[in-house]
Design a protein around this ligand. Structure first.
Ligand SMILES: [Cu+2]
Length: 496
Protein backbone atom coordinates (compact mmCIF):
# COMPACT_ATOMS: atom_id res chain seq x y z
CA UNK A 1 0.00 0.00 0.00
CA UNK A 2 1.25 3.43 -0.78
CA UNK A 3 1.86 5.24 2.42
CA UNK A 4 0.27 8.43 1.27
CA UNK A 5 -2.99 6.54 0.89
CA UNK A 6 -2.74 4.92 4.24
CA UNK A 7 -5.18 7.14 6.07
CA UNK A 8 -7.65 6.87 3.22
CA UNK A 9 -7.92 3.12 3.45
CA UNK A 10 -10.57 1.71 5.70
CA UNK A 11 -8.28 -0.62 7.58
CA UNK A 12 -5.25 0.14 9.64
CA UNK A 13 -2.15 -1.55 8.39
CA UNK A 14 0.51 -2.95 10.68
CA UNK A 15 1.36 -0.96 13.75
CA UNK A 16 4.67 0.03 12.20
CA UNK A 17 2.98 2.06 9.50
CA UNK A 18 1.87 5.03 11.44
CA UNK A 19 2.77 8.64 11.61
CA UNK A 20 5.83 8.14 13.75
CA UNK A 21 6.98 5.13 11.78
CA UNK A 22 6.42 6.66 8.40
CA UNK A 23 7.91 9.99 7.59
CA UNK A 24 5.78 10.42 4.49
CA UNK A 25 2.64 10.81 6.55
CA UNK A 26 4.34 13.72 8.18
CA UNK A 27 4.97 15.53 4.99
CA UNK A 28 2.01 17.11 3.23
CA UNK A 29 -0.24 14.11 3.38
CA UNK A 30 -1.53 14.08 6.90
CA UNK A 31 -3.98 16.88 6.09
CA UNK A 32 -5.26 15.10 2.98
CA UNK A 33 -8.35 13.90 4.79
CA UNK A 34 -9.47 17.51 5.22
CA UNK A 35 -10.92 16.94 8.63
CA UNK A 36 -12.57 19.99 10.13
CA UNK A 37 -11.34 21.38 13.42
CA UNK A 38 -13.84 20.70 16.20
CA UNK A 39 -14.43 23.15 19.05
CA UNK A 40 -15.56 21.33 22.20
CA UNK A 41 -19.10 22.49 23.13
CA UNK A 42 -19.21 25.27 25.69
CA UNK A 43 -21.25 24.58 28.82
CA UNK A 44 -21.81 27.45 31.25
CA UNK A 45 -24.25 25.62 33.51
CA UNK A 46 -27.48 26.94 34.97
CA UNK A 47 -27.81 29.45 37.79
CA UNK A 48 -29.86 27.80 40.54
CA UNK A 49 -30.17 29.41 43.99
CA UNK A 50 -27.09 31.50 43.36
CA UNK A 51 -25.01 28.51 42.32
CA UNK A 52 -23.75 27.63 38.87
CA UNK A 53 -24.93 24.06 38.37
CA UNK A 54 -23.59 21.62 35.81
CA UNK A 55 -24.95 18.16 34.98
CA UNK A 56 -22.37 15.71 33.70
CA UNK A 57 -22.83 12.13 32.60
CA UNK A 58 -19.87 9.77 32.31
CA UNK A 59 -20.88 7.59 29.41
CA UNK A 60 -19.73 5.02 26.89
CA UNK A 61 -19.50 5.99 23.27
CA UNK A 62 -18.20 5.25 19.83
CA UNK A 63 -16.07 7.42 17.54
CA UNK A 64 -14.97 7.21 13.94
CA UNK A 65 -11.42 8.56 14.14
CA UNK A 66 -10.76 6.76 10.84
CA UNK A 67 -13.40 6.63 8.17
CA UNK A 68 -15.32 3.37 8.37
CA UNK A 69 -13.66 2.19 11.58
CA UNK A 70 -15.40 2.34 14.94
CA UNK A 71 -13.51 2.99 18.17
CA UNK A 72 -15.08 2.26 21.55
CA UNK A 73 -14.59 5.32 23.72
CA UNK A 74 -15.83 6.99 26.88
CA UNK A 75 -16.70 10.63 27.42
CA UNK A 76 -18.61 13.21 29.40
CA UNK A 77 -22.00 14.21 27.91
CA UNK A 78 -20.43 13.04 24.63
CA UNK A 79 -18.89 9.92 23.13
CA UNK A 80 -15.32 11.20 23.63
CA UNK A 81 -13.99 13.93 25.95
CA UNK A 82 -16.36 16.43 27.56
CA UNK A 83 -17.74 19.94 27.19
CA UNK A 84 -15.68 22.99 28.10
CA UNK A 85 -17.13 24.14 31.40
CA UNK A 86 -16.96 27.86 32.04
CA UNK A 87 -17.46 29.89 35.21
CA UNK A 88 -16.15 33.01 36.89
CA UNK A 89 -13.94 33.56 39.88
CA UNK A 90 -16.11 33.73 43.04
CA UNK A 91 -18.89 31.65 41.48
CA UNK A 92 -19.98 28.73 43.61
CA UNK A 93 -20.29 25.73 41.34
CA UNK A 94 -22.10 22.46 41.87
CA UNK A 95 -21.46 19.62 39.47
CA UNK A 96 -23.80 16.63 39.42
CA UNK A 97 -21.71 13.83 37.96
CA UNK A 98 -23.57 10.67 37.06
CA UNK A 99 -21.51 7.59 36.34
CA UNK A 100 -23.07 5.55 33.52
CA UNK A 101 -19.86 3.74 32.57
CA UNK A 102 -20.59 0.37 34.16
CA UNK A 103 -17.50 0.65 36.36
CA UNK A 104 -16.02 3.01 38.97
CA UNK A 105 -14.49 6.31 38.06
CA UNK A 106 -13.65 9.74 39.48
CA UNK A 107 -13.53 13.29 38.15
CA UNK A 108 -10.65 15.41 39.42
CA UNK A 109 -10.57 19.21 39.11
CA UNK A 110 -7.05 19.71 37.86
CA UNK A 111 -5.48 23.01 38.91
CA UNK A 112 -8.25 24.16 41.23
CA UNK A 113 -7.73 25.38 44.79
CA UNK A 114 -10.61 23.60 46.48
CA UNK A 115 -11.65 21.55 49.52
CA UNK A 116 -9.91 18.16 49.64
CA UNK A 117 -13.17 16.19 49.66
CA UNK A 118 -14.27 17.97 46.45
CA UNK A 119 -10.98 17.28 44.67
CA UNK A 120 -12.12 14.16 42.82
CA UNK A 121 -8.98 12.15 43.44
CA UNK A 122 -8.71 8.43 44.27
CA UNK A 123 -10.64 8.96 47.54
CA UNK A 124 -13.77 10.33 45.85
CA UNK A 125 -14.82 7.31 43.83
CA UNK A 126 -18.02 7.65 41.83
CA UNK A 127 -19.47 4.15 41.84
CA UNK A 128 -21.22 2.87 38.76
CA UNK A 129 -24.79 4.22 38.45
CA UNK A 130 -24.30 6.69 41.26
CA UNK A 131 -24.10 10.48 41.33
CA UNK A 132 -21.41 12.58 43.00
CA UNK A 133 -22.11 16.30 43.43
CA UNK A 134 -19.04 18.28 44.46
CA UNK A 135 -19.64 21.92 45.30
CA UNK A 136 -17.08 24.67 45.85
CA UNK A 137 -16.38 28.36 45.35
CA UNK A 138 -13.97 29.22 42.57
CA UNK A 139 -10.85 30.83 44.02
CA UNK A 140 -8.56 30.55 40.98
CA UNK A 141 -7.84 33.51 38.75
CA UNK A 142 -8.70 33.53 35.05
CA UNK A 143 -7.13 30.43 33.56
CA UNK A 144 -7.81 27.25 31.63
CA UNK A 145 -7.89 24.27 33.95
CA UNK A 146 -9.23 20.83 33.18
CA UNK A 147 -11.03 17.82 34.62
CA UNK A 148 -10.26 14.15 34.18
CA UNK A 149 -10.49 10.69 35.71
CA UNK A 150 -8.20 10.06 38.67
CA UNK A 151 -9.08 6.50 39.75
CA UNK A 152 -6.25 4.65 41.47
CA UNK A 153 -4.28 2.52 38.95
CA UNK A 154 -6.88 3.35 36.25
CA UNK A 155 -6.25 7.02 35.50
CA UNK A 156 -4.12 6.30 32.43
CA UNK A 157 -6.60 3.88 30.88
CA UNK A 158 -9.67 6.05 31.58
CA UNK A 159 -8.16 9.29 30.32
CA UNK A 160 -6.86 7.45 27.25
CA UNK A 161 -10.38 6.28 26.42
CA UNK A 162 -11.68 9.83 26.71
CA UNK A 163 -12.49 10.93 30.25
CA UNK A 164 -11.24 14.52 30.17
CA UNK A 165 -12.49 18.03 29.46
CA UNK A 166 -11.54 21.69 29.81
CA UNK A 167 -12.61 24.28 32.38
CA UNK A 168 -12.24 27.99 31.64
CA UNK A 169 -12.30 30.45 34.52
CA UNK A 170 -12.91 34.15 33.88
CA UNK A 171 -12.23 37.08 36.16
CA UNK A 172 -12.79 40.82 35.96
CA UNK A 173 -9.12 41.64 35.61
CA UNK A 174 -8.70 39.47 32.52
CA UNK A 175 -11.98 40.62 30.99
CA UNK A 176 -10.76 44.21 31.10
CA UNK A 177 -7.70 43.39 28.99
CA UNK A 178 -9.31 43.24 25.53
CA UNK A 179 -7.51 39.97 24.74
CA UNK A 180 -9.17 37.72 22.16
CA UNK A 181 -11.87 36.04 24.26
CA UNK A 182 -14.74 34.84 22.07
CA UNK A 183 -14.87 31.10 22.62
CA UNK A 184 -14.47 29.18 19.39
CA UNK A 185 -14.15 32.42 17.39
CA UNK A 186 -10.83 33.99 18.35
CA UNK A 187 -10.25 32.08 21.59
CA UNK A 188 -9.68 28.50 20.53
CA UNK A 189 -9.26 25.57 22.92
CA UNK A 190 -6.88 22.85 21.77
CA UNK A 191 -6.55 19.46 23.48
CA UNK A 192 -3.58 17.42 22.27
CA UNK A 193 -3.70 13.67 22.88
CA UNK A 194 -1.69 10.95 21.18
CA UNK A 195 -3.22 7.53 20.65
CA UNK A 196 -2.44 4.09 19.24
CA UNK A 197 -4.95 1.95 17.41
CA UNK A 198 -5.38 -1.73 16.67
CA UNK A 199 -6.23 -2.87 13.16
CA UNK A 200 -9.93 -3.00 14.00
CA UNK A 201 -9.87 0.66 15.03
CA UNK A 202 -9.94 0.03 18.78
CA UNK A 203 -7.60 1.99 21.01
CA UNK A 204 -4.42 0.15 21.86
CA UNK A 205 -3.26 1.01 25.38
CA UNK A 206 -0.07 -0.14 27.15
CA UNK A 207 1.03 -3.50 25.80
CA UNK A 208 4.74 -3.68 26.45
CA UNK A 209 7.28 -3.24 29.19
CA UNK A 210 8.72 -0.30 27.30
CA UNK A 211 5.35 1.44 27.21
CA UNK A 212 4.76 1.08 30.91
CA UNK A 213 8.27 2.39 31.56
CA UNK A 214 8.22 5.39 29.21
CA UNK A 215 4.47 5.96 29.33
CA UNK A 216 2.26 5.33 26.31
CA UNK A 217 3.24 7.28 23.20
CA UNK A 218 0.69 7.13 20.40
CA UNK A 219 1.28 7.17 16.68
CA UNK A 220 -1.60 9.54 16.01
CA UNK A 221 -2.23 12.88 17.65
CA UNK A 222 -5.83 13.88 18.24
CA UNK A 223 -6.64 17.59 18.32
CA UNK A 224 -9.94 17.90 20.21
CA UNK A 225 -10.58 14.30 19.18
CA UNK A 226 -9.71 14.73 15.49
CA UNK A 227 -6.55 13.64 13.68
CA UNK A 228 -4.82 16.51 11.84
CA UNK A 229 -7.77 18.91 11.53
CA UNK A 230 -7.88 22.21 9.67
CA UNK A 231 -9.10 25.35 11.42
CA UNK A 232 -10.39 28.29 9.42
CA UNK A 233 -9.27 31.28 11.48
CA UNK A 234 -12.04 33.86 11.84
CA UNK A 235 -9.91 36.65 13.25
CA UNK A 236 -6.47 37.94 12.35
CA UNK A 237 -5.45 37.77 15.98
CA UNK A 238 -6.27 34.32 17.30
CA UNK A 239 -5.73 32.98 20.77
CA UNK A 240 -5.04 29.30 21.38
CA UNK A 241 -5.36 27.75 24.80
CA UNK A 242 -3.55 24.47 24.48
CA UNK A 243 -3.74 21.54 26.90
CA UNK A 244 -1.28 18.71 26.65
CA UNK A 245 -3.88 16.08 27.50
CA UNK A 246 -1.57 13.24 26.48
CA UNK A 247 -0.77 10.47 28.93
CA UNK A 248 3.00 10.76 28.51
CA UNK A 249 4.10 12.66 25.41
CA UNK A 250 6.00 15.95 25.57
CA UNK A 251 5.57 18.43 22.71
CA UNK A 252 7.88 21.19 21.52
CA UNK A 253 5.22 23.40 19.95
CA UNK A 254 5.72 25.97 17.23
CA UNK A 255 4.51 26.98 13.79
CA UNK A 256 5.73 25.59 10.48
CA UNK A 257 7.07 28.96 9.30
CA UNK A 258 8.71 29.65 12.64
CA UNK A 259 6.52 32.68 13.19
CA UNK A 260 6.63 34.15 16.66
CA UNK A 261 3.62 34.04 18.92
CA UNK A 262 2.81 35.88 22.15
CA UNK A 263 2.93 33.55 25.13
CA UNK A 264 0.47 35.14 27.57
CA UNK A 265 -0.49 32.49 30.11
CA UNK A 266 0.60 29.26 31.80
CA UNK A 267 -1.26 26.57 33.80
CA UNK A 268 -2.63 28.91 36.46
CA UNK A 269 -3.40 32.01 34.41
CA UNK A 270 -1.96 35.03 32.69
CA UNK A 271 1.69 36.09 32.89
CA UNK A 272 2.55 39.63 33.97
CA UNK A 273 3.76 40.41 30.47
CA UNK A 274 3.55 38.57 27.17
CA UNK A 275 6.71 36.82 25.97
CA UNK A 276 7.40 36.51 22.23
CA UNK A 277 8.48 32.95 21.44
CA UNK A 278 8.77 30.72 18.42
CA UNK A 279 8.82 27.41 20.32
CA UNK A 280 7.62 26.22 23.69
CA UNK A 281 7.80 22.86 25.40
CA UNK A 282 4.62 21.44 26.89
CA UNK A 283 4.76 18.54 29.37
CA UNK A 284 1.75 16.29 30.04
CA UNK A 285 -1.07 18.15 31.88
CA UNK A 286 0.43 21.60 31.27
CA UNK A 287 -1.44 24.36 29.45
CA UNK A 288 -0.28 27.37 27.49
CA UNK A 289 -2.22 30.42 26.41
CA UNK A 290 -0.81 31.98 23.22
CA UNK A 291 -1.90 34.63 20.72
CA UNK A 292 -0.94 34.28 17.07
CA UNK A 293 -1.07 36.89 14.32
CA UNK A 294 -2.43 35.27 11.14
CA UNK A 295 -2.98 38.53 9.24
CA UNK A 296 -0.66 37.41 6.41
CA UNK A 297 -3.49 35.11 5.25
CA UNK A 298 -1.11 32.22 4.65
CA UNK A 299 -1.72 28.63 5.70
CA UNK A 300 0.36 27.65 8.68
CA UNK A 301 0.72 24.41 10.61
CA UNK A 302 0.97 24.00 14.37
CA UNK A 303 3.55 21.33 14.88
CA UNK A 304 5.80 19.64 17.37
CA UNK A 305 9.48 20.17 16.69
CA UNK A 306 12.40 17.86 17.27
CA UNK A 307 13.76 18.14 20.76
CA UNK A 308 10.64 17.49 22.82
CA UNK A 309 12.43 14.52 24.39
CA UNK A 310 16.03 15.65 23.98
CA UNK A 311 16.50 15.96 27.73
CA UNK A 312 16.03 12.23 28.33
CA UNK A 313 19.30 10.54 29.06
CA UNK A 314 21.25 7.38 28.48
CA UNK A 315 19.55 4.23 27.35
CA UNK A 316 16.12 5.73 27.99
CA UNK A 317 16.77 8.78 25.85
CA UNK A 318 18.32 6.68 23.11
CA UNK A 319 15.36 4.31 23.11
CA UNK A 320 12.86 7.16 22.88
CA UNK A 321 14.75 8.81 20.04
CA UNK A 322 15.17 5.49 18.23
CA UNK A 323 11.43 4.91 18.47
CA UNK A 324 10.87 8.22 16.74
CA UNK A 325 9.45 10.02 19.75
CA UNK A 326 11.67 12.96 19.00
CA UNK A 327 10.64 13.38 15.39
CA UNK A 328 8.91 16.54 14.26
CA UNK A 329 5.29 16.15 13.27
CA UNK A 330 2.25 18.20 12.32
CA UNK A 331 -0.72 18.72 14.62
CA UNK A 332 -3.24 20.99 12.91
CA UNK A 333 -3.45 23.36 9.98
CA UNK A 334 -4.66 26.94 10.24
CA UNK A 335 -6.14 28.58 7.15
CA UNK A 336 -6.49 32.31 7.53
CA UNK A 337 -7.29 33.79 4.14
CA UNK A 338 -10.81 34.67 5.30
CA UNK A 339 -9.77 35.97 8.73
CA UNK A 340 -11.37 39.31 9.61
CA UNK A 341 -9.80 42.26 11.33
CA UNK A 342 -9.64 41.94 15.06
CA UNK A 343 -10.42 44.60 17.63
CA UNK A 344 -8.66 42.57 20.33
CA UNK A 345 -5.08 43.30 21.31
CA UNK A 346 -2.25 41.88 23.39
CA UNK A 347 -1.39 44.61 25.90
CA UNK A 348 2.19 45.10 27.07
CA UNK A 349 1.10 44.59 30.65
CA UNK A 350 -1.32 41.79 31.45
CA UNK A 351 -1.87 41.27 35.18
CA UNK A 352 0.12 41.81 38.37
CA UNK A 353 1.40 38.78 40.22
CA UNK A 354 1.81 38.89 44.00
CA UNK A 355 5.43 38.99 45.14
CA UNK A 356 6.33 35.79 46.94
CA UNK A 357 9.54 35.91 48.96
CA UNK A 358 11.16 32.49 49.47
CA UNK A 359 12.08 33.73 52.96
CA UNK A 360 8.39 33.61 53.80
CA UNK A 361 8.25 29.86 53.36
CA UNK A 362 8.11 27.51 56.34
CA UNK A 363 10.81 25.21 54.99
CA UNK A 364 12.08 23.01 52.19
CA UNK A 365 10.45 19.68 51.41
CA UNK A 366 12.51 17.19 49.39
CA UNK A 367 10.67 15.22 46.72
CA UNK A 368 12.80 12.51 45.12
CA UNK A 369 11.47 10.91 41.93
CA UNK A 370 12.72 7.44 41.06
CA UNK A 371 11.82 4.55 38.80
CA UNK A 372 12.83 0.92 38.65
CA UNK A 373 14.10 -0.10 35.27
CA UNK A 374 14.24 -3.42 33.50
CA UNK A 375 12.37 -6.68 33.88
CA UNK A 376 9.12 -6.94 35.78
CA UNK A 377 7.90 -3.59 34.53
CA UNK A 378 4.66 -5.08 33.27
CA UNK A 379 3.40 -5.96 36.72
CA UNK A 380 0.99 -3.21 37.70
CA UNK A 381 -0.36 -2.12 41.04
CA UNK A 382 -0.71 -4.03 44.31
CA UNK A 383 2.85 -3.85 45.49
CA UNK A 384 4.38 -4.41 42.10
CA UNK A 385 4.77 -0.70 41.47
CA UNK A 386 7.91 0.49 39.77
CA UNK A 387 7.69 4.22 40.35
CA UNK A 388 8.49 5.98 43.59
CA UNK A 389 8.44 9.28 45.42
CA UNK A 390 10.93 9.44 48.29
CA UNK A 391 11.45 5.69 47.93
CA UNK A 392 7.79 4.78 48.29
CA UNK A 393 5.05 3.95 45.86
CA UNK A 394 1.50 5.21 46.33
CA UNK A 395 -0.45 3.88 49.31
CA UNK A 396 -3.95 5.21 50.00
CA UNK A 397 -3.45 4.37 53.69
CA UNK A 398 -0.28 6.43 54.14
CA UNK A 399 0.04 10.20 54.40
CA UNK A 400 3.31 11.33 52.86
CA UNK A 401 3.30 15.03 53.63
CA UNK A 402 1.48 17.38 55.97
CA UNK A 403 1.38 21.07 55.16
CA UNK A 404 -0.22 23.92 57.08
CA UNK A 405 -2.92 26.03 55.54
CA UNK A 406 -1.92 29.66 54.90
CA UNK A 407 1.74 28.82 54.52
CA UNK A 408 4.23 28.58 51.70
CA UNK A 409 6.54 25.60 51.33
CA UNK A 410 9.55 25.29 49.08
CA UNK A 411 9.60 21.96 47.30
CA UNK A 412 12.96 20.74 46.08
CA UNK A 413 12.10 18.19 43.40
CA UNK A 414 15.00 15.89 42.63
CA UNK A 415 14.76 13.60 39.64
CA UNK A 416 16.99 10.56 40.13
CA UNK A 417 15.92 8.82 36.94
CA UNK A 418 16.95 9.01 33.26
CA UNK A 419 13.68 10.52 32.02
CA UNK A 420 11.74 13.71 32.69
CA UNK A 421 8.78 13.67 35.05
CA UNK A 422 6.06 16.36 35.15
CA UNK A 423 5.20 16.70 38.85
CA UNK A 424 1.65 17.87 39.56
CA UNK A 425 0.45 19.08 42.96
CA UNK A 426 -3.26 19.27 43.67
CA UNK A 427 -4.94 22.31 45.23
CA UNK A 428 -2.27 24.85 44.38
CA UNK A 429 -0.76 27.10 41.72
CA UNK A 430 2.93 27.46 42.46
CA UNK A 431 5.88 29.43 41.12
CA UNK A 432 9.25 28.16 39.96
CA UNK A 433 12.29 29.47 41.87
CA UNK A 434 15.16 27.64 40.17
CA UNK A 435 15.71 25.05 37.45
CA UNK A 436 18.94 23.04 37.55
CA UNK A 437 20.77 25.87 39.27
CA UNK A 438 19.49 28.72 37.12
CA UNK A 439 16.73 31.25 37.57
CA UNK A 440 13.57 30.64 35.51
CA UNK A 441 13.31 32.85 32.45
CA UNK A 442 10.21 35.02 31.93
CA UNK A 443 8.40 32.28 30.03
CA UNK A 444 8.89 29.93 33.01
CA UNK A 445 7.71 32.44 35.60
CA UNK A 446 3.97 31.93 35.48
CA UNK A 447 1.65 30.14 37.86
CA UNK A 448 1.97 26.39 37.41
CA UNK A 449 0.36 23.27 38.78
CA UNK A 450 2.65 20.90 36.88
CA UNK A 451 6.41 21.32 36.52
CA UNK A 452 8.72 19.14 34.48
CA UNK A 453 11.95 18.01 36.10
CA UNK A 454 14.76 16.92 33.78
CA UNK A 455 16.57 13.62 34.28
CA UNK A 456 18.97 14.02 37.21
CA UNK A 457 17.71 17.60 37.45
CA UNK A 458 16.55 19.65 40.42
CA UNK A 459 13.70 22.17 40.40
CA UNK A 460 12.78 24.41 43.33
CA UNK A 461 9.22 25.68 43.50
CA UNK A 462 7.37 27.89 45.97
CA UNK A 463 4.03 26.35 46.85
CA UNK A 464 1.16 28.19 48.55
CA UNK A 465 -1.49 26.29 50.51
CA UNK A 466 -4.53 28.49 50.92
CA UNK A 467 -8.22 28.61 51.73
CA UNK A 468 -8.93 25.04 52.87
CA UNK A 469 -7.77 22.51 55.42
CA UNK A 470 -8.87 18.99 56.25
CA UNK A 471 -7.39 16.75 58.92
CA UNK A 472 -8.43 13.53 57.21
CA UNK A 473 -8.80 13.80 53.45
CA UNK A 474 -5.55 14.20 51.51
CA UNK A 475 -4.73 15.76 48.17
CA UNK A 476 -2.45 13.99 45.70
CA UNK A 477 0.89 14.98 44.26
CA UNK A 478 2.21 12.85 41.45
CA UNK A 479 3.93 12.45 38.14
CA UNK A 480 1.49 13.35 35.35
CA UNK A 481 2.88 10.71 33.02
CA UNK A 482 -0.23 8.71 33.79
CA UNK A 483 1.47 5.32 33.51
CA UNK A 484 3.94 6.50 36.16
CA UNK A 485 1.15 7.81 38.37
CA UNK A 486 -0.72 4.51 38.04
CA UNK A 487 2.56 2.69 38.64
CA UNK A 488 3.10 4.32 42.03
CA UNK A 489 4.71 7.73 41.48
CA UNK A 490 2.15 9.48 43.66
CA UNK A 491 1.95 10.64 47.25
CA UNK A 492 -0.68 11.97 49.62
CA UNK A 493 -0.61 15.49 51.02
CA UNK A 494 -2.69 16.61 53.95
CA UNK A 495 -3.26 20.35 54.39
CA UNK A 496 -4.24 20.96 58.01
CU1 LIG B 1 7.02 10.18 35.59
Amino acid sequence: MQRRNFLKSSTLATAGVAIFGSKSLYSDDIFEQKREFVVPPLYEGKKIDGKRVFDLNLQKGEMEFFQGLKTQTIGINAPFLGPTLRASQNDTIKVNIKNSLGYDSTIHWHGFELPAKMDGGPHQIIRDSSIWSPEFAIKNRASMLWYHSHLLHQTGAQVYKGLAGLFIIDDIESQNLNLPHEYGIDDIPVVLQDRNYNNDGSFRYVSSQQESMMGIHGNYVLVNGVIAPTLRAKKKLTRFRILNGSNARYYLLGFSDNRKFQFIGSDGGLLEQPVALSQIKLAPAQRIDIVVDVSDGKDVVLKSYRGANSQNMGMMGMMMRNMGFDREFDLMKIKSKDAKNSTATVPQNLIKHPVWDPKDSVGVRNIVLQMRMGMGMMNRGNGDDNFFINGKSMDMNRIDAIAKKDTFEIWKIINKSPMSHPLHIHNTQFKTLAINGRKPNPSESGFMDTVSVDPMGIVYIMVPFRYYSDNKVPYMFHCHILEHEDGGMMGQLLVT
